[in-house]
Every structure is written in C-alpha cells, then in structure tokens.
Design a protein around this ligand. Sequence first.
Ligand SMILES: NC(=O)c1ccc[n+]([C@@H]2O[C@H](COP(=O)([O-])OP(=O)(O)OC[C@H]3O[C@@H](n4cnc5c(N)ncnc54)[C@H](O)[C@@H]3O)[C@@H](O)[C@H]2O)c1
Length: 350
Amino acid sequence: MLEFYKNKKVLITGHNGFKGSWLTLILKHLGAKIIGVSLKLDKNHSKKNLINIFKLKNEIREYFIDINNFTKLKQTIIKEQPDIIFHLAAQSLVYEAVKYPLKNYHTNIIGLINVLESLKYTKKTKFVSIITSDKCYINDEKKNLKESDQLGGDDPYSASKACAEIISKSYYKTYFDKNLNIYTFRGGNVIGGGDFLSTRLVPDLINFVYDNQKLILRNTNSSRPWQNVLDVLFSYLLYSEILYKKNIRFENMNIGPDKSYKVEKILKYFTNHYDLKIKYGIDFNKKDIEKKYLKLNCEKSKKYFNFRRMSFDKSLKKTFNWYDSFYLKENMRIFSNNEIIEYINNYIKN
Ligand SMILES: NC(=O)c1ccc[n+]([C@@H]2O[C@H](COP(=O)([O-])OP(=O)(O)OC[C@H]3O[C@@H](n4cnc5c(N)ncnc54)[C@H](O)[C@@H]3O)[C@@H](O)[C@H]2O)c1
C-alpha cells in the first residue's frame, strides 16, 4: 500500500495550510508529483508556514488562486490534468466563520462547487477526496456520531461542512457516477507540529510559551476526538487508495480515534512538559457556540482497514517536541521526514 501514489500527479487544494503542507511532504516522500492550489501567504505568515519550513517550494508546482474564482481554477485543472485531487482548501476556523460568514460560506461551499465543476473538464482524474469535518452532524451531545446520522450544523462553519457533504453526494449522483469517484472524510480536531493558527488550542499554548502571548481559553471541559496530524493524513491516503482499488464510486467516512479527551488533559500535559503553573483567562465575551461533547463512531473505516493509531499521550509528546525543535532551529525538513518514516514503519507496515 501507498506505493500507489508513486509518480501520480496529485493536486492538493489548501497545500500551504497546516494539513496540506504535511500532506505535501508525505506525498513527496511517497514519490508523487505535487500541484498546490492555495491563497498566497502574506509576508507576516511566511516564516511560520510549513511549506517554507519544509523547504518544499522548489519541488512542487504552486498556483495561488482563490477557489472562488471558477475561471482560474478550471483553467488550472484543465492544464494540469491531475490523477488525484485532495480538496482541503477551506475557511477552517469556527470563530472566523462567525465573524465573516459570507467568506466562510463562499469558500467552503461555492469553492467546493467550483472544484467539482472544474472536474467536468478532465477525464484523467480518478478520484477527488474532499475533506469536510466531524462538525458536519447534528450533534445532540448524547451519542457517538456515525456516518448515517443526520447532517447539520448550528454555527456557520459546521453548517458549511454539512453543505459540503450534501453537495459532494449530489455531484456523484448527478454527474460523476461513472467516470470520477468522490470520497468525503469527516475528521476530528487535529494536533501536530507546525500549526500556527491562533484560536486553535495547541498554537495558542505554543504562542504563550514561545511568544509571550496572552492565553485565552474557551471551554476547558469540552471533549474532542483529537488525533495526530499523521494519523489523519495517512487515513486520507490509505482509505482513498483502498476505496479506489475496490472500485467504490462514492463513500463518506469518519476519521478519528475511538476516544475523545477533554481540553484539560492537553493542558495538564502541557504544564508538565514545560514545568509551568499557568494562569489563563476564559473568554466569556465569545458567545458559546461550540458543542461540549463530540465523539465519533469510526467503525465504518475499520471495516475497510484497521490500522494502529498513535496514542493520545504519544501524539501530545510528539506535538510539543516538534515545536521545541522548531524554536531550537533544528532542520525541520529532516526532523519531520524522520517522523513520517517512523510512522510508516510503526503504524502502517505492522
Ligand atoms: N485542523 C483541524 O483540526 C481540522 C479538523 C477538521 C477538519 N479540518 C478541515 O481540513 C482542511 C484543512 O485544514 P487546515 O487545518 O490545514 O486549515 P488551514 O487553515 O491551515 O489551511 C487552509 C488552506 O486553505 C487555503 N484556502 C483558504 N481559503 C482559500 C480560497 N478561497 N482559495 C484557495 N485556497 C484557500 C489556504 O490558503 C490554506 O492553504 C479544511 O477543510 C478544514 O476545514 C481541519
């Protein structure tokens, strides 16, 4: 497995985001040719960006295109004729979506439609794997959510991800039932080195330690199915390959661990790791729109392939070690490549 990606032309939308950059690095390791489509980084963010940190710029072809611009996106897909697409580009932050709902809905809904419409103009693409979220369900906080549960979302980000699910299925049913496979993946909160987006828990903790920024937390009692960035990305790669090889035209799948953990557990690990007694503020100004409890039922994915996942403690250790190495100015390309090799040897080959 995974040799499948060797020499394939893979287009990643959102390639310079947190997950997209790691996916680019992994796919480079597997021998794929990468085309990236993302927004251009502004100067303030370019030092803390994984494509730059991993020094990948000269090894991939990048297009800085707004996916809301259908003409440009279509032209790029026609020109590149990718074998495979991973669609990760999105407005990915819950509270940004509250602040700027129009931008959120445009990118997460019209942007996705533009990707799918563009695919009508290429016969080469075998499948598109669309990354939505575990927040795409109506969550009554009472049960573990499974794929057949009702889609919906009470806040704009969640609603846009529920729409992305509905739209993806409608394109499969209406247009692509014979010549293009569509898979959607509903993953939970991701932790790992190299996420620098504030209002996400780990980057906020890291900014507190290394950049002296004020620490404002939301709900320390909330539970989430946290997973390591390598677990989630290898899941996208493995399940896409398996589904394609099984000739499955359309599938949706939860991606995550069996357990959810409270934010408090991460805080405890964090304070031990840095030997800190922290004082943090709770942001009471923000309207509390997030669910306290979110847990996924991931039995469907296991029926296809049940691979070992990283334990939560190990994931936390690896995550904070990554940032420590980054701030100690280690070569993060080599460091992260070694993490990928170790992951394949320990979790996939066994
Ligand atoms: N990180 C998580 O914990 C998590 C959890 C569940 C789902 N997801 C989903 O996974 C995907 C990737 O998440 P991430 O954490 O890497 O996000 P990120 O915010 O780090 O990266 C977003 C990427 O999308 C691109 N992008 C945004 N708007 C665009 C536009 N209009 N046109 C072109 N490109 C655009 C950005 O340039 C960037 O490359 C997203 O779809 C997100 O909703 C993330």
